[in-house]
Design a protein around this ligand. Structure first.
Ligand SMILES: CCCCC/C=C\C/C=C\C/C=C/C(=O)SCCNC(=O)CCNC(=O)[C@H](O)C(C)(C)COP(=O)(O)OP(=O)(O)OC[C@H]1O[C@@H](n2cnc3c(N)ncnc32)[C@H](O)[C@@H]1OP(=O)(O)O
Length: 275
């Protein structure tokens, strides 16, 4: 449904390409060069290994397609993305855990450093890894007022990796990020707008898509080279630590996830979700 709406908006029933993998739908408007990537993994778009691999591979495909901009959104009612699949954290197989971590690192780098501008149309709740996906885009439009967004990892008794934290600092600044991260705060749409976690708040998804397209239209007269160089210079300090420390980051995640205390917290959190 959302895909049909976007195609209507971009006026491109004739020239669009559509690819549907099971959990991800992508369309490209050939006239405008705008792609939409719609997450569709019920019930909550949780990020497991296979879903992350699909997202990463679709981003590579968009790079090859030389698109001019991308909108990332969700086809689910009320949920943008619930973050990493928490069931993957519970009594994990260390080998699979490592693979997920590495794939997530690479997916984040690919999304954060796209050669084209990106907009997150946040049409539902967006905790933890969902918030990270949104923060990695160039622009965020959130539907309000009833959804929430934030890095809530401390509430699960886990630690958001340094690159999650740095990404948040890049968006809302050191002080607000510190309070937000340590308290694991989830912000309503209006609060998120107030602290700069999102750029615009709109009442419905139609408006959100329009705002996203308007943002991407700003780049019609900007050289793609000038855009990409500027973005790389701006974002390089945020990504460099991870590029230099992938193994260290992986070791930290695996070691902490396997610890009995963390496993206990995750078990309790999962139980509370089921309730
Ligand atoms: C695996 C290791 C990888 C290593 C990667 C490297 C680094 C990262 C390390 C740590 C950082 C962690 C990042 C994260 O993303 S942690 C995930 C945090 N996410 C959450 O806390 C979200 C929890 N969910 C909710 O708050 C709510 O579900 C919701 C999203 C607001 C939706 O609420 P709603 O009321 O609409 O639905 P339900 O709560 O009834 O949920 C429906 C159904 O989905 C299950 N579920 C919800 N969220 C998740 C999830 N993140 N993973 C898996 N399953 C989830 C929920 O339990 C329900 O299931 P049921 O069987 O009861 O129907």
């Amino acid at each position: 449904m959302l895909r049909r709406y976007i195609l209507n908006k971009t006026n491109t029933f004739i020239n669009y390409r559509y690819a549907s993998q099971s959990m991800l739908q992508s369309t490209i408007d050939d006239k405008l060069g705008i792609a939409t990537l719609v997450m569709n993994k019920p019930p909550v778009n949780s990020l497991n290994l296979e879903f992350l691999e699909e997202i990463k591979s679709q981003l590579t495909q968009f790079k090859n397609d030389k698109i001019r901009g991308m909108i990332l959104t969700s086809d689910l009612q009320k949920i943008f993305c619930a973050g990493l699949d928490i069931t993957e954290f519970s009594n994990p197989n260390p080998e699979r855990l490592s693979k997920i971590c590495t794939t997530f690192q690479d997916t984040w780098l690919a999304l954060y450093l796209t050669q084209f501008p990106t907009v997150a149309v946040i049409n539902g709740h967006s905790p933890a890894g969902g918030c990270l996906l949104a923060m990695s885009c160039d622009y965020r439009v959130m539907v309000g007022p009833n959804y929430t967004i934030g890095l809530n990892e401390t509430k699960l008794g886990i630690v958001a990796p340094k690159w999650f934290q740095d990404c948040m600092v890049a968006v809302i600044g050191q002080r607000k990020a510190e309070v937000s991260l340590t308290t694991g705060k989830m912000y309503t749409t209006d609060q998120a707008l107030q602290i700069g976690l999102v750029d615009e708040s709109v009442p419905d998804v139609d408006n959100a898509i329009n705002k996203g397209i308007q943002f991407l239209n700003n780049f019609q007269k900007i050289s793609p080279w000038a855009y990409k160089m500027t973005k790389d210079i701006r974002r390089q300090p945020t990504v460099q630590w991870l590029i230099d420390n992938k193994q260290k980051d992986l070791d930290f995640v695996v070691k902490s996830m396997m610890s009995p205390n963390v496993q206990k917290s995750i078990g309790l959190y999962l139980q509370s979700l089921k309730k």
